[in-house]
Design a protein around this ligand. Structure first.
Ligand SMILES: C[S@@+](CC[C@H](N)C(=O)[O-])C[C@H]1O[C@@H](n2cnc3c(N)ncnc32)[C@H](O)[C@@H]1O
Length: 359
């Protein structure tokens, strides 16, 4: 288990406080989350804390073993047959484990493995584990290939809102590092109008919105000449996301494999994450001209890609497959969505149990 870095957390506190004072005494939670996760050198993802795996704060699918990456490799191989170039661009590659495994499995079937990663510390870790990856500083142009992002959408800063008899309010963070609500920002109001979100919400409803999704998807669309964007994350379609029983939202914090719901605790020393509204992802894709090539649960995606449950395998392997496929673990809550451009082939990962109609 990594130890906490109190000095770094205090430095980040000071920096955030300075920003709050500059902004007149409070900042939107989205800005707080961005600073807490991505301030160079001090933010959770930018610092040198060990985040992933058994000795970090949380475990992601590529960290569990080879099953996830071997299924993605099969999906890539199928798509490579009909693409002019066999390239992968991974966004937000974390420890680099998925990159290392895909490069090994795909071998000469792969031309280039690019990574776009915001954290300098993680770039270094990725290079150590997968030396042949090529880091990019911005999205490429005319990219032919497959864009992958596992648990990147859920690491984007979100706007937190409260909807009650006073209408829509947004959460802000004060200089005492406490939450307060005030008039919503124009971006949040515009999003509510565009998506007609209010119709989903009951009174005294608090949740979050990822306002970055449309711009981010649009930038992926613009860089892609032909290929598919495969996104994996925790989340649901909009009607489930904003279900009346989920009236306190989905925001969670992870520190040393313990979870809690206080994102203002020790900035920079814990992960802050929120589930993904996959309807928002699909809408953003359709709005810029991408095809929705499929949407399904992780378990279905893996089974469609030929995951075999071997009853004679080791206890570790059995545990990995259980975590990935059990409806009580990642199998159901974790989803895969594919957006494509200029390809005709249907994707094997979404052949059965496609749930695009639920978005
Ligand atoms: C929750 S981690 C997931 C890491 C890895 N994909 C995995 O599955 O283990 C989120 C990753 O996305 C990166 N990230 C977040 N937003 C990003 C963005 N807009 N562009 C590139 N990387 C981003 C973070 O630095 C981190 O590497």
């Amino acid at each position: 288990m990594h130890s906490l870095d109190i000095m770094s957390s205090n430095s980040l506190n000071d920096l955030i406080l300075e920003h709050i004072i500059d902004m007149g005494g409070m900042i939107r939670f989205e800005d707080f989350m961005k600073l807490a996760l991505y301030t160079p050198g001090l933010g959770y993802y930018s610092s040198n804390l060990r985040k992933f795996g058994k000795y970090g704060d949380f475990v992601t699918a590529p960290e569990l073993g080879q099953a996830f990456s071997s299924c993605i490799a099969k999906q890539c191989q199928q798509l490579f047959n009909s693409l002019p170039q066999k390239n992968i661009l991974e966004i937000g590659a974390g420890s680099g484990q998925l990159a290392a495994d895909l490069i090994k499995t795909l071998g000469s079937d792969l031309e280039n493995y690019y990574i776009l990663e915001v954290s300098a510390d993680l770039q270094q870790r990725q290079k150590n584990i997968a030396p042949s990856v090529q880091h990019l500083h911005s999205l490429p142009q005319n990219f032919n290939g497959i864009i992958l992002a596992n648990e990147v959408l859920d690491a984007m800063p979100i706007a937190k809102f409260l909807h009650n008899s006073n209408g829509l309010q947004e959460y802000y963070v004060t200089s005492e590092f406490k939450f307060t609500t005030a008039a919503p920002s124009q971006q949040l109001v515009d999003y509510f109008v565009k998506t007609e979100l209010e119709q989903h919400l009951t009174d005294e409803y608090s949740s979050e919105v990822n306002l970055w999704i449309p711009g981010w998807i649009n930038s992926l669309y613009s860089c892609l000449n032909s290929g598919a964007i495969l996104l994996f994350d925790y989340g649901f379609p909009r009607h489930e996301y904003y279900h009346e029983q989920r009236n306190t939202g989905t925001l969670m914090c992870h520190q040393q494999h313990k979870s809690h719901t206080d994102p203002l605790y020790m900035p920079g020393q814990q992960d802050i994450t929120a589930h993904v509204d996959f309807t928002a992802v699909a809408e953003a894709g359709s709005n810029c001209g991408l095809d929705i090539a499929g949407y399904t649960s992780l378990a279905s995606f893996l089974l469609n890609c030929g995951l075999v449950y071997d009853f004679h395998s080791t206890p570790a392997k059995t545990a990995e497959l259980n975590l990935l496929t059990s409806p009580a673990e990642m199998g159901e809550l974790f989803k895969a969505i594919a957006l494509s451009k200029n390809i005709r082939e249907s994707l094997m990962g979404f052949e059965n149990f496609d749930r695009t109609h639920t978005l």
